[in-house]
Design a protein around this ligand. Sequence first.
Ligand code: BGC
Length: 510
Amino acid sequence: MAVGMAISSADAGDGGGFAFDGKMNKFVILCCIIASTGGLMFGYDIGISGGVTAMDDFLEKFFHSVYLKKHHAHEDNYCKYNNQGLQLFTSSLYLAALVASFFASYVCSKYGRKFTMQVAAFIFLLGVLFNGAAFHVAMLIGGRLLLGCGIGFANQAVPLFLSEIAPVKYRGGLNILFQLMVTIGILIANLVNFFMEKIHPWGWRVSLSLAGVPAMLLLIGSFVIPETPTSLIERGQQNQGLETLRKIRGTENVEKEYQEIVHACEMAHEVKHPFRNLMKRKSRPQLVIAILMQVFQQFTGINAIMFYAPVLFQTIGFHNNASLMSAVITGIVNVVSTIVSIVLVDILGRRMLLLEACAQMFISQLAIGSTLMVHLESTGSLTKITSIAVVCLVCVYVMSFAWSWGPLGWLIPSEIFPVETRTAGYAFAVSSNMLFTFLIAQAFLSMLCSMKAAVFFFFAVWIIIMGLFTIFLLPETKGIPIDEMTDRVWKQHWFWRRFMDHDTPGPSRV
Ligand code: BGC
């Protein structure tokens, strides 16, 4: 597969950033943990909606027709939750986040990553107020739209912040703290739903209101963390940038890295219109990869499981409690496997994790689809043993997603753009995530109703496509300093180098 390997992993891991004298220290870890609570907001939202939309009190109050359908004895298993309004409740948030991420990109480069996180937490808190107090479906959707704006801002700023302050050697692992928080958020949400489902008639209000906790954490924490050196230098605050760099690297010896950032920012200053620049030929590789990483992440079908886990498990014959419990189990697998990724991503590299996961996801999707096809008639339910087998297969699937496309969908777009197009380019990654999350959230229940178990084969086909993409078009970025990507990755890649203008020097290698 020589063509696919733009640079060998050994090559990728040497020199450059490793010459920087930045070690891991307590301050940088603390900053990363605080910032990554932005991921907790996102995760809590992903996890909470599936459980809430399976709660009777909630359905009876806001989606009465679904409530009646759900309790209709002979309703088709695969179709009982298929309702556009209900789907809109889940997916409206992603539409708002999609639009918000472009505003967030502007705020992020003009006012910094830290300020963007504060805006995110504030808007999100407003959304929580609307949702917790909702007495009408419009209030519910309005609240979700505000939550979405908050998430658009947070998802723009947090991964960039993490990639910019992490020492290059640990960039992958530290960036994945964001995804770890996403998975913890999903798990907490599943647990909250598990208990709130028993509290009538207002348990769902508690479920929705507790989303305020991670937003408060981010808001308060954001006053403790510094702005990233890149953002400070980019905005003309050289001295503060240097000081912050010394602080987060825990050493006075940061001259090389400082010079590299200054050089990258000088080049960035020549660019007046980041979005226009992003449309130029030389930005094509980063832009295409950033968008595709997110599109493919969604086409793994993960959110069919994440949003609708309780609904899905009920569909295949579990009762309310058992299905929420199964969602909790997959939530735990999700968290633990993300930790595996934190440990391995800077050792094995990005490509290896992605490819291994493609194989594992493909096999488990096929197995889930065929098991359901064989054993589940439209109105019947699974035997206990088959149900357990399905839950295990879902765990195998979630496991592989969690150490690959989940975290790397955020990591890779955050580390491949040069400063001049970084925030604008990353906005495309965030909005692609939101757009495709929206499309899948909106379509999944209808697809389940019309395609039945074959919906899993649909996702399996996508996994083959993303595997081929990884083999041929995705270069390894492990261990390469962000500001050296142009020279060391794009200009060396068998395919993408034709988009690079070889006369324009990349940031110098000091
Ligand atoms: C994805 C979400 C997904 C979550 C699952 C995130 O990286 O963007 O769409 O629900 O991972 O852990």
